[in-house]
Design a protein around this ligand. Structure first.
Ligand code: NAD
Ligand SMILES: O=C(O)C(=O)C[C@@H](O)[C@H](O)[C@H](O)COP(=O)(O)O
Ligand code: ZN
Length: 365
């Protein structure tokens, strides 16, 4: 993308009876919102986090000026929004607004906010239209695309949710200018994941200048975002409900979600995914599937952008327990996404417990 005016449109195919939609990437794109809200809506609810109070209110005013009965629903920042209590708070606000099946929810914020907003949209009146306006790198490249919505419970990450794709996704790159660097870097973990599972050019672009990759002004920022969205769009277009290929997007997530729960959701998702990918790489290596160079490349590229590589060694028993309720598990069978080589993801089922412990030993601090 070379100019501010340029808009990249990425098609996401309908799957499992859902409608196709587009992910728009560019700048000053909020003018696209009314078209995505559609002509039949009377009311619009803008769900936004505290950190984006001004943006949420500006959007509400804008929509009100266009004739919608617009309400802003402010929710806590980050993972604190992904709870049953906050979902209930949103349902109450919708009820008090008289929200009907033709009305529309707009989720503006990071992945935590869009996961919650999408979940509220999926559950209100058994499903209303929603539009995602991701404002973090991670939200743009991953969370807002693909229709996985949900909340956490005390027992684990994203354990309650629904597949409910948005009507459209608006990625306004200007939003990234206000993002704290550690949140920007957290999003790089999912971008790097995409590089390892499907598009190694992503890794080359980051390795070219890791420091630049940590900033919105980096020479490849827009390309990294667009490349990652293209992979996600391709995968979810064919397998919305994760009955097969979509599982590759879960690379690194089996351990990551256990770490997030163990940290009471105070770690950023991307940081946990980073450690989880080091683990998955070690598993692949120890299972005799992944070559040393590709396994070692995980640590190198993740560390180069400032993502963590290690976790506390004494936590293994608790992490193992949590991993058992990972959504990829089948009965008592633990399943992991590993690599058979660069961009060759596959499933490792029921690995020997000794291999799991050895892999964890490689990253425990
Ligand atoms: N549904 C999916 O397919 C999917 C995919 C990947 C991740 N996720 C989920 O996404 C979540 C992580 O998302 P995230 O990394 O975007 O974090 P986040 O949503 O927690 O946002 C991080 C912080 O940045 C703030 N923020 C958001 N945009 C901002 C901006 N433009 N300027 C300043 N502050 C801003 C937020 O309020 C929050 O405090 C996790 O819950 C993860 O499980 C979901
Ligand atoms: O979209 C997917 O599918 C993914 O697995 C993407 C992940 O990055 C994301 O964190 C997702 O929310 C994890 O899903 P879960 O089903 O393991 O909760
Ligand atoms: Zn993720």
């Amino acid at each position: 993308m070379s100019t501010d005016q340029e808009v990249t449109r990425i098609h996401v195919g309908g799957s499992a009876g859902t409608d196709p939609y587009e992910v728009l990437v560019g700048r000053q794109l909020l003018g696209e919102l009314p078209a995505l809200i559609g002509g039949t809506a009377k009311r619009v609810a803008v769900i936004h986090p505290e950190a984006l109070a001004e943006t949420g209110e500006a959007l509400r005013e804008d929509l009100a000026a266009q004739g919608y009965e617009a309400v802003a629903i402010q929710v806590p920042n980050a993972e604190e929004a992904k709870t049953a209590e906050v979902a209930a708070y949103c349902w109450k606000a919708l009820g008090q607004t008289g929200f009907t099946r033709t009305d529309v929810i707009v989720g503006v914020g990071g992945g935590a906010t869009t996961d919650l907003a999408g979940f509220v949209a999926a559950t209100w009146l058994r499903g209303v239209r929603w539009v995602a306006v991701p404002t973090t790198v991670l939200g743009m490249v991953d969370a807002a695309v693909g229709g996985k919505t949900g909340i956490n419970t005390a027992e684990g990450k994203n354990l309650v949710g629904a597949f409910h794709p948005p009507a459209g996704v608006i990625c306004d790159l200007a939003a990234l200018d206000s993002l704290p660097v550690h949140d920007f870097v957290s999003g790089l973990a999912e971008i790097i994941k995409t590089g390892f599972i499907a598009d190694p050019v992503i890794l080359d672009l980051i390795e070219e200048d890791p420091q630049a990759a940590r900033t919105p002004a980096g020479p490849h920022t827009a390309e990294l975002i667009v490349r990652s969205i293209r992979v996600k769009a391709d995968v979810v277009s064919g397998d919305l409900k994760e009955s097969g290929r979509r599982e590759i997007l879960n690379y690194g997530h089996t351990l990551a979600h256990a770490i997030e729960k163990n940290e009471r959701y105070k770690w950023r998702h991307g940081a946990a995914v980073s450690v989880g990918m080091v683990f998955a790489a070690e598993l692949g290596r120890l299972a005799g599937r992944l070559d040393d160079a590709t396994a070692d490349r995980h640590r190198a590229v993740l560390e180069s952008v400032g993502l963590p590589l290690t976790y506390r060694g004494d936590q293994w028993p608790k992490l193992l327990e949590t991993m058992k309720v990972d959504k990829k598990s089948r009965g008592d069978l633990l399943r992991f996404i590993v690599l058979d080589g660069l961009a060759k993801p596959s499933v490792l089922e029921g690995p020997d417990p000794a291999v799991l412990i050895a892999a964890y030993g490689e990253l425990s601090a």
